[in-house]
Design a protein around this ligand. Structure first.
Ligand SMILES: [Zn+2]
Length: 119
């Protein structure tokens, strides 16, 4: 799936690794971090919670797309600044074909599913 999206939207990027992992700080925030991009390793890490069958495929794709946006901006020579979600980032992110659908789904269903996974 990652390869597909990458070919379609970010063909200039080198291949990235995709792994399941728990890493990422929970901090005081209620939400866990679902996906993260690790530039040193050119790796996208997804939370195992995303294996939940109720999570639609377009939402997973959206998360991957989001992380690829980070990878893309970084490859453009932007440094840590681009790690924040600035205007350019959002413009890029909205190119994803199911952006509206995915963010809507996130608003309506994600917290409910997530709450079952908190320890
Ligand atoms: Zn992000």
């Amino acid at each position: 799936m990652l390869e597909q999206i990458q070919k379609k939207h970010f063909s200039q990027l080198p291949p990235l690794n995709l792994i399941w992992g728990l890493e990422g700080k929970r901090g005081q925030r209620k939400t866990i971090r679902l996906a993260s991009f690790w530039p040193e390793r050119m790796e996208i890490r997804l939370h195992p919670f995303l294996k939940d069958p109720r999570i639609p495929e377009y939402y997973l794709k959206y998360l991957l797309f989001h992380e690829l946006c980070h990878a893309h901006l970084m490859s453009q020579g932007e440094t840590s600044e681009s790690h924040h979600h600035n205007d350019e980032f959002y413009r890029l992110e909205k190119r994803f074909e199911s952006y509206q659908k995915a963010t809507l789904w996130e608003e309506e269903h994600l917290s409910e599913i997530l709450s079952e996974h908190q320890d």
